[in-house]
Design a protein around this ligand. Structure first.
Ligand code: FAD
Length: 369
């Protein structure tokens, strides 16, 4: 059993932000025999470790499709304390961001162990100030607090439709998307109303024919997405998680934003949306109006859920189906913070959440000394 005051789970944008702020507050890598610099009360700050399941830096960006370029991502906030180097807009976001994250970890000397998959987090005893036990693919840790930064990429959401298993074509989730070329010559159905859906419709429609299905009429935004609109969208998601409801994606609160490429796709008729099909058949789908549409591929751009499986032994979920939050802190378990979750599931949100989680934990640890 190894010990740390704080264990951070995940080293994407949110986990790195937490590690940066821990280090700034005087926390040192666990297992070095050091006790850390001075905390705000003059006492030693403590130790930390980041455990990440990936084989290398980059978090989910390691896995994003190659055609998601720095020019086509939505805007990536800098990691705290270190601006991004000059970027070639034509470079794949996966390679640029993996390099940026790797340089950041190295230059700041962040304490990250990988690949280490956290399998469970449980309370060591019933004492509210007691320690948490973290079981991983490489042994156990005992910690006073946990910052969970495990993102969503590993939990693609697949809705269930009648006849789904009978489909003879290919079904895939955007998490498995590689390139439009794979679909050449086949009719592709894209399901989902988010940014990934419209971006991939644009891309795939340049190679083959497509049809778009969504549950609800998509909400398009004409105005440029300004600060106030961003703030309002985040506030909506924040309100949900405070009430213990499952978070909706920030995009579902912001709506879709027109870009020149999407306007061109709309002019080609690619963004004519259809209401959801009623069933999947071996060679296509049954449309809402009863007609049949033949297809060779169904691409589910239906989003992701938070990866929180390993926190199940803590029983954090309430009757609303979500985890009631107070900022980044789990309302019913102050030793656990969720960053990159709900309202902080964007790169800018992840940065802020890392800072705020560390501030909360510093106060908690000072109070329980
Ligand atoms: C296709 C796509 C495009 C996006 N584009 C943008 C964009 O342009 N701008 C933007 O702001 N946001 C974007 N987002 C949202 C984006 O996901 C977040 O902004 C940010 O990348 C998430 O960072 P994170 O640290 O929360 O999660 P991740 O980057 O997913 O990192 C989580 C880390 O935790 C690890 N992990 C998971 N489970 C465990 C476990 N049990 N044990 C140990 N480690 C574990 C993972 O391996 C990973 O390294 C996009 C999302 C998607 C799906």
């Amino acid at each position: 059993m190894r010990t740390a005051d704080v264990v951070v789970i995940g080293a994407g944008q949110a986990g790195l932000s937490a590690a940066y702020h821990l280090q700034r507050r005087g926390f040192v890598p666990a297992g070095t025999g050091l006790r850390g610099g001075s905390g705000p009360d003059g006492l030693p700050a403590g130790t930390y470790i980041v455990l990440d399941a990936e084989a290398g830096p980059g978090g989910a960006w390691r896995h994003r499709w190659k055609s998601l370029l720095m020019a086509t991502v939505n805007g990536i906030s800098d990691l705290p304390g270190r601006p991004q180097p000059a970027v070639d807009p034509a470079e794949a976001s996966s390679s640029f961001l993996t390099r940026y994250f790797g340089g950041y970890e190295h230059d700041l000397g962040l304490a990250i162990e990988r690949p280490v998959k956290v399998r469970s987090v449980r309370r060591e005893d019933r004492h509210p100030d007691g320690r948490l036990n973290i079981t991983t693919s490489r042994g156990q840790w005992s910690a006073r607090a946990v910052i969970n930064a495990t993102g969503t990429w590993t939990r693609p959401f697949w809705p269930i439709y009648p006849g789904q298993a009978s489909f003879r074509g290919r079904q895939l989730h955007v998490a498995d998307y590689v390139s439009a070329e794979e679909f050449r010559g086949r009719h592709v159905i894209v399901v989902g109303g988010g940014i990934s859906a419209v971006g991939l419709l644009d891309e795939i429609s340049l190679v083959t024919s497509t049809t778009w299905f969504t549950r609800r009429e998509p909400v398009w935004r004409d105005a440029a997405f300004d600060r106030q609109a961003g703030h309002d969208a985040v506030a909506l998601v924040e309100q949900r998680v405070r009430q213990g409801l499952p978070p909706q994606s920030v995009v579902s609160a912001t709506g879709l934003i027109w870009t020149p490429d999407l306007r061109a796709a709309a002019a080609r008729g690619v963004l004519d949306r259809h209401p959801m099909f009623t069933a999947i058949e071996p060679d296509g789908v049954r449309m809402a109006d009863g007609s049949f549409l033949a297809a060779g591929v169904i691409l589910w751009a239906t989003g992701f859920r938070a990866e929180l499986e390993h926190l199940a032994p803590l029983h954090l979920r309430g009757p609303g189906g979500g985890i009631a939050m107070d900022g980044t802190r789990v309302a019913a378990e102050p030793r656990v913070h969720l960053v990159g979750y709900g309202p902080s599931s964007s790169t800018i949100g992840a940065n802020r959440a890392g800072r705020s989680a560390v501030a909360g934990i510093v106060t908690l640890l000072a109070g329980s000394r």
